[in-house]
Design a protein around this ligand. Structure first.
Ligand SMILES: Nc1nc2c(ncn2[C@@H]2O[C@H](COP(=O)(O)OP(=O)(O)OP(=O)(O)O)[C@@H](O)[C@H]2O)c(=O)[nH]1
Length: 302
């Protein structure tokens, strides 16, 4: 139907680049990739090896994917990120790193005595960014910028399983603002919202990277602290309490709501479900409220 010349012209005109790659990591040929909004001109790569043009980590990863596709004999779909600067020999194209979907199809013939694949690289950066944005929206509370209850729950479940497998300590702090309703009533909800925002900021500045700070709901917050026993958790919680008080005192609020009360619960081998840990932290919180607020308490284990 088409002449060889026409077929070549069609392949050259493909908007997405199609790489013909050998098992040893050689760019045997590159077809298409005409959409320069999304792709670099990779023609300078032809005849070169991954090891010559890619950083070692990426070169090894590409080789592994080719080996996997050849081993299975079936199309393999992968997602990966690549910046123009990761690949030497690329010309014109986007400056930003690109997310690709690679569809790797083993070829039924060899090239220069080597197994080879056809690798179609499609720019999925916009889709990836949308996925990241949706993930963020589904996990993060928009007022405090802390994680939300759903994310806290899923991390609690993971840490609970890890705890029962490895017995490494883990603690949960649950705290809430003192007299927050009175502040809302006296100053209005927008002021209350500013306080929640401020508490979120202090949490993000204070907790360690491995901890997870979340807004549990209303004026209730939680911090999940892996590898942390009661004593260590109490030190962190009390530091957080003092910092929050310091920040709220500087906010020029009527002296109604300037502190937090909290309860700590260290995971125990006898805990059969996550709810038991949350309830113990809640009992510590009520104890703190009953003892006059502005403190962190921990129910003594039996
Ligand atoms: N501004 C604002 N207020 C909220 C939000 N979510 C919940 N609240 C309010 O938070 C208040 C919580 O009040 P309570 O649970 O009675 O607690 P409290 O007044 O802090 O009393 P104690 O905890 O006993 O010291 C309620 O008035 C809720 O309406 C929010 O997103 N923004």
């Amino acid at each position: 139907m088409f002449s060889l010349k026409q077929t070549q012209a069609i392949l050259t005109a493909l908007p997405d680049p199609v790489f013909i790659l050998t098992r040893s990591g050689k760019y045997a040929n590159i077809l298409g990739g005409t959409d320069t909004r999304y792709y670099h001109n990779g023609s300078a790569l032809i005849g070169r090896f991954f090891s010559e043009v890619l950083v070692a980590e990426k070169a090894n990863w590409f080789m592994q994917q080719i080996a996997l596709a050849l081993q299975s004999g079936q199309m393999l779909v992968v997602e990966y990120q690549l910046a123009g600067s990761d690949v030497l020999g690329l010309e014109d194209g986007p400056d930003e790193p690109i997310w690709f979907e690679g569809r790797i199809q083993p070829l039924a013939f060899q090239i220069d005595g080597e197994d080879a694949v056809l690798w179609v690289a499609s720019n999925i950066t916009a889709r990836h960014q949308l996925q990241q944005r949706l993930l963020h929206l589904s996990e993060v509370d928009e007022l405090s910028h802390l994680y939300n209850r759903r994310k806290l729950r899923s991390q609690l479940d993971s840490q609970f399983s890890l705890f029962h497998r490895h017995q490494t300590p883990c603690s949960l702090l649950v705290f809430d603002l003192d007299f927050f309703k009175q502040l809302n009533d006296a100053c209005g909800h927008p002021t209350g919202d500013c306080v929640i925002e401020a508490v979120g900021r202090v949490c993000l500045q204070t907790v360690r990277e491995e901890d997870l700070a979340a807004r549990y709901g209303g004026d209730e917050f939680a911090v999940l602290m892996p590898h942390t026993n009661t004593q260590q958790a109490w030190s962190l919680a009390d530091r957080l309490r003092r910092k929050i008080q310091h920040v709220l005192l500087q906010m020029d609020l009527p002296q109604i709501c300037t502190s937090i009360s909290g309860g700590i619960s260290e995971f125990l081998p006898s805990d059969e479900k996550v709810e038991t840990i949350i309830q113990r932290a809640d009992r510590g919180l009520y104890m703190a409220k009953n003892l006059g607020r502005n403190r962190i308490c921990c129910e003594h284990p039996d």
